[in-house]
Design a protein around this ligand. Sequence first.
Ligand code: ADP
Length: 520
Amino acid sequence: MIVLSGEEQMLFLAITFLISAAINSQLVGVLFPPALRAMMIVLLLTGFTIFAYELYELREGSGLEGAQFELFALSTGILTLTLWGLFRRLEIQNRRRHAAERDLVMANIRRLEVNQRLRESREALRQREREALRLAEEAKAASRAKSEFLATMSHEIRTPMNGVLGVAELLRDTDLTREQADLLETIERSGQALLSIINDILDFSKIEAGKMQIARRPFSPAALVGDLERIMAPLARQKGLAFEARYEGPAVALLGDEGRIRQILVNLLGNAVKFTDAGKVAFRLRVTPLEGGRMRFFAEVEDSGEGISKDDLARIFAPFEQADSQLSRRHGGTGLGLAISRRLAEAMGGELTARSERGKGSVFMLSLVLEQAQEAPESAPARAKERTGPPDLAGRTILVAEDNRTNRMLLRRFLEPTGARIVEAADGRAATALWEEERPDLVIMDVSMPGMTGIEATREIRRKEKGEGRRAVPILALTANAFEEDRESCLSAGMNAFLAKPVKRRDLWQELRRMLDPPE
Ligand code: ADP
C-alpha cells in the first residue's frame, strides 16, 4: 500500500477534483453553456490556488524542492491549460450546436408556417372550386329554368292565340259589314304582330342559350324564291315599289333548314320594303356547285331606300339596336330581326353581312354552304297539289285529342267543311280509348294534355297496333310547343306530321289532304 504525505494527498485531491470537475462540467456543460463557463472559471481558480499553495510551500522551504516545484508547476499549468482548452472547445462546439439547433428550430417553425399557409391556400382553392362549381350549377339551373319558362310561355301564349286567330279566320267567312271586316283585319294583323314578336323573343333566347336546333331537310331553292316573291311582291307594290326576284342556279334540292332560311330572308325583304319609300327592292338567289357535292347558297336583298350610315351598320346586328330609333319607331319593330338573322346564319355555318350608304340604299347578303339533297323535297308534291278549298273527307272519321275547349271548338269548325265525322277526346287516355273504339282514319293530337300527354298516347297507340299487327293510323301533331325539338320528339314518338299553333285553316286542310290523299 502506498502511503501518501500530506502534500501529496492535497495534490492528489486537487487533481482528482480537477478531473471530476472536468467530467462533471462536460456533462453539465453539454446541456448548459453557462455552467460550462462557470466550471472553467473554477478550474482556473483551482489550478491557480494549487500553484499558489505550492509556491508558498516552496518559499517556506517545507514542501517541494525547486526542480520538483518546476515540474509540478509545469504539469499543473499544462493540465489546467489543456482542460481549459478542452472546455473552451466544448463551449464553442456547444454554442455552434445550439445556434444550429436554433436555426433548425426556426427552419422548422418556418416550414410549419409555410405548410400552414399552403394548407390554407389549398383549402381556399378548394373553397373557390366548390364556389365555382356551385355558380356553374346555379347558372345551368337558371338557364334550364329560363328554357322551361320560355317553353311554357310559348305554349301558354300560343294556345289562346290559336283561339284568337282561328276565330278571326272563322269570322271572316260570315257576313260582315265593311266596318266589321276592317276591324277584323285589325284583330288579325295585331294577332300576327304579337305572335311574331313572341317568336322573335323566344328565338333570340333560344339562340342565346345555345339551344337553337337547325333542321336538315331537303328543300328547293327555286321554289323558295317563288314563295318569297308571292309573299313580298304585294307588300312592295302596296308601297309603290318595284319588286324583282330572280333565281340563278340548277334545279336541285338542298339539305337545310328551309324554315330558318326563309325567316332570315323574310326579315331582310321585310326591312327592305319597310325602309324604302321609292324605287325598288330586288331579291337574287344564286346557287353554285362547290367540290364534294356541296353548294354555295348566296342570297342578296337590295333596296334603293334610305341606307344606313357606317356607324349604324356596325350596330344594327346587335340585339334591340335600331339605326334611327325615331324612324324605326315610325315603322315598328323590336330591333331583334337582324340579331336573330345573323345568329341563325351563323348557327347554319354561314354568314349574314351588309353594305350600305346613307341615301343610296342597302344590300344584305346571306351566304351558306349546303349539301345537295339526294331525295326530292317533301313539300314539292304538296305545292303542286296546293288547293285552297277543304278536302273531301266524307265517310272518314277524325279523332281530335285536345284539352282546350276553345281549340276543340275551333278544330270542329275547321273540319266541318271536309264532311269528316269528328270524335273528340280531352286527354291522352281518353284518346287511346276512343281510338280503340272508333278506329279513326286520322288522329289530330295535341301534345300537352293533362294526365297522359299526346306523346305518351301516340306511343301507346303505336305499341298496340304493332302487337295486333294492325295498320298504323296517321297521326298529326297539332301543338303549341313549336320548337324544332318539339317537332322531333313528336315524330320520334311515331307521329307522322307536325303543325304548330296557331294553325291556319288552310294549312290544316292542306296537311289533311297530304296525309289522307282524298279523291279530288
Ligand atoms: P327591326 O326592323 O325590328 O327594328 P332589325 O334588327 O330587323 O329590327 O333591324 C334593325 C335596324 O336596322 C332597323 O331598325 C333599321 O334601323 C336598320 N335597317 C335594317 N334593314 C334596313 C334597310 N334595308 N334599310 C335601312 N335600314 C335598315
